[in-house]
Each structure stands twice: as C-alpha cells, then as structure tokens.
Ligand binder design. Sequence first.
Ligand SMILES: [Zn+2]
Length: 186
Amino acid sequence: MLVQRTCGWCTTTAADVSLSNCRNCGGPLPPVPVSMGGVRTLTLGLAPPPAPRSIPEPYRNRVLIWKNVLVILGGIFTLCLGWTIVFGLIGAPMLYLGWTRAQGKLRALALGRSAPGRVIEVDRDYTVKINNRRPWKIAYAYEVEGARHEGWVHAWERPDLAPDDPVWVVWGPDDPKVSCLWPPVV
Ligand SMILES: [Zn+2]
C-alpha cells in the first residue's frame, strides 16, 4: 500500500514510513496505518509532549489566515463589499468566528492537555468551496474527566484516517471543548 504522509506543520511530504518526525521541520508526524490481510489498523501514536509546546510560526499563520475557511470567506466579503451593511452582518462575524476558533486551536496545541480520542467521521465538507477545492472535515470525540466532547478540524489534503481510528487530542487550557488533533493535519 502506498502511503504518503504530509507533515501537518510544514506541509512537506514524508515518503519514508519509518519516520516519526518530519525531516524538514522536526515536528511529529501522524502514525501510518498498517494493512494486513485486507484489515487496516492504526495504532495510537506517541503522546503529545507536555505543555508548553512550541508552534512553528509558518504553521500559526496558516491556521489563522491561509487555511482558515471562515477568515478567507470573511476576507472575500470584505474585499468585494467593503464596509457595507452586508459585511457587517455576514463578513465580520465570519472573520471573528474563524479567528477565535483558530486561536483556540493554537492555544490547545501549545498549552492544552492531551487525551486519547477516536475519529467519528471523515468526509468532504460540501458547505465550503475555496479555489475550486473542498476541504475534508474530520470529526473526533475525546473524554475529559468522564465527560465526552466532540471536535472537528478541516484538512486540505485527504487524511489517512477512518472512523474509529485512535487519535491524540489536545484540549483546553481554558475550555475542555476547545480542541485540536495532535499532530495537526494539513
Ligand atoms: Zn514538517
């Protein structure tokens, strides 16, 4: 089976399946699923290191702006409509929501605690289309002190994840509902 992993931190492709860290940026890579006799298994990778974790600057900018669906759409509204009432009603809330959501994910990656979780669903997000591309939406569940939480992330490259796959989730530090997959996807 041909496995092509992309580093979620720097978007470099890692062809060598034995690598646990990216050759380019040193960031941890997601584990590779193994297929034996047609049965696909994915084991939980290494736990995230304890907080605070350093987040590379290019990754930060990508999460906040260049891969942030709501910020891109909000930005398009601003460019097309300027500071009109439509922008105020639609564009501004989109920008605000996209920006705070991304900030929360970055805080969880840098300062959050970790918990093992499970993938619930991996599907195209048909509600969004940017540059003729639709992102993938990965929904996952995790538990914090006995309470079940759900989260989701967008990925622009098809992730090698399937429902029920084990994943690491980083959450918090202010709110257990704010979370991100570890390592992040592109
Ligand atoms: Zn990398």
